[in-house]
Ligand binder design. Structure first.
Ligand code: MD3
Ligand code: FE
Length: 206
């Protein structure tokens, strides 16, 4: 389903088995080398979402090969199976297209009250698409426009197993997560309570 040019939503793309495998892998990555944590913001406060990264470590507002704002540890690599999944995801959304090499993955965990404010993802220096995978509780995802944090925007329900790919004119749109729907995770998805979101990116950095 194309929500806007280049923004394609594929509901229930991941099987329940695949969801639980990915959730199990994320549980391990959350332990280290750099543990999952609430990212500290430069003007004080911290994000309500908890994050751990693969490939490149994201901080407000730069990437590093080491988790400089956690424990300084080198960031774990993006495994080949996850790069392959990213390539399959872009092909599923856009039709045949094989050139996609995710070199950074942000894994976000939302508890029942976590939110993500409207923002743009512009630390990457390519215009390659972002791949988003959701597991666990549903959320309201707000997809805006490239000019402003405010209206016009479209609210979309993202459920466990959903794929969303943001490329082309949608790549630099504002977006956020205003609400989690507690208790909506399907049995067997690997997440008991809360929501897991993986975003795969091609940073263009070296
Ligand atoms: C649209 N994550 O990690 S995924 C993020 O559900 C982030 O955790 C949200 O925004 C989450 O930066 C939303 C959907 C998403 C991700 C990246 C985008 C939408 C996007 C980049 C450009 C446009
Ligand atoms: Fe984002």
């Amino acid at each position: 389903v194309e929500i806007a040019p280049g923004a394609v939503h594929v509901p229930r793309w991941l099987s329940i088995e695949r969801q639980s495998e990915i959730a199990a892998a994320c549980r391990e990555w959350a332990r280290g080398p750099a543990p999952m944590r609430h990212t500290a913001m430069p003007r004080g406060g911290q994000m309500s979402v908890q994050t751990v990264c693969l490939g490149w470590h994201w901080m407000p507002y730069r990437y590093s090969r080491t988790a400089d704002d956690v424990n300084g540890a080198p960031v774990a690599a993006v495994p080949d199976w996850l790069k392959d999944l990213g390539r399959d995801a872009v092909a599923a959304a856009y039709g045949d297209r094989t050139e996609y090499d995710a070199d950074a993955v942000l894994i976000n965990f939302y508890d029942a009250t976590a939110k993500m404010g409207m923002h743009q993802d512009k630390e990457e220096v390519t215009d390659q698409p972002v791949v988003s995978l959701s597991i666990g509780d549903s959320c309201t995802f707000r997809f805006g426009n490239p000019q402003t944090r405010g209206k016009p925007y479209t609210d979309v329900l993202l459920e466990s197993g959903d794929l969303f790919v943001f490329g082309g004119p949608s790549r630099f749109a504002y977006h956020g997560v205003p609400k989690i729907s507690p208790g909506t995770a399907p049995a067997g998805c690997g997440i008991e309570g809360g929501r897991l979101n993986l975003t795969l990116r091609e940073t263009g950095l070296s």
